[in-house]
Design a binder for this molecule. Sequence first.
Ligand code: NCD
Length: 328
Amino acid sequence: MTTTWTRRHVLSLADFTSDEYNTVLQTAASFSEVLSRRTKKVPTLQGQVVANLFFESSTRTRSSFELAAKRLSADILNFAAANSSLSKGETILDTAKTYLAMGTDMMVIRHKDAGVPSAIALEMDRLGVKVGILNAGDGQHEHPSQALLDLFTICTVIDPQQPRLELLAGKKVAIVGDILHSRVARSNIWSLTASGAEVHLAAPPTLLPQLFTDFANNRPGKLFLHWKLENALQEADFVMTLRLQKERMTSHLLPSLREYQQLFGITRQVLQLCKPTVKVLHPGPVNRGVEISSDLMDDPRLSLISTQVTSGVAVRMALLYLMGSGKA
Ligand code: NCD
């Protein structure tokens, strides 16, 4: 490894350096190799405690962090908001301090509101304790581990042996769907534009508002906005589809799901506009047949959805390892 990791918390990709991206990619590649062995466990984080604090629903992110921590031999505490003391009036900060008092070394935090993981990280720093905070998705803000696993997945398609940021230079990546509500899109915009890829966002205007024009103006030649799917897909190398996040929509932003599916749904037919080698990603969970057609989703020649889930464990092992060993 060429770089020393100095980051205690991973809250956002906004200030990630190329070295940091490459360190995560290389470390994830070695853990991916560990996960292909018969014995898939290493003693790296033995004795360390990882707490999964999920204040919002999750299937893959929560399980993926749990498995990653177990594969590194850490002890894992799983917290689920629904049956916790939050219902008795305990604050989120007091919940975090409770886990701190049990000797937690790293907290993986998901919350429906933007900024909660950062607020907990600030409090831990103020207390002077060496606890690493990992943002596992905060409101519409960021989801760094998802974007890092997407990056790893894309890079390993190009070079399975040596995934690295530079492989994406000049590639065209289309991100399609509910961009407005997507923390996955926001984190991916940071990582993909840092890689030198051309990022093309496509959505109906209600799901791709003015704010993103400002983002695009700040990244000339790197980030492009489209309100018609076809322009984003032309010659694309990768297409990242996003879930319509109905639970985050506070007003009617779409005339109907059927119309959305007809104009922005990813199907085999619209993929013909892309490069012949195109691959499709989706962070999950999927509204089958809405943002992506059901048969496409299940076609391993075109869809990287299962690979993303598999890669997620190695990438999260890398993050826990880098944060945990930095502390040591
Ligand atoms: C995403 C999330 O929760 O932000 N899912 C995930 O973590 N894999 C995307 C979504 O909810 O649509």
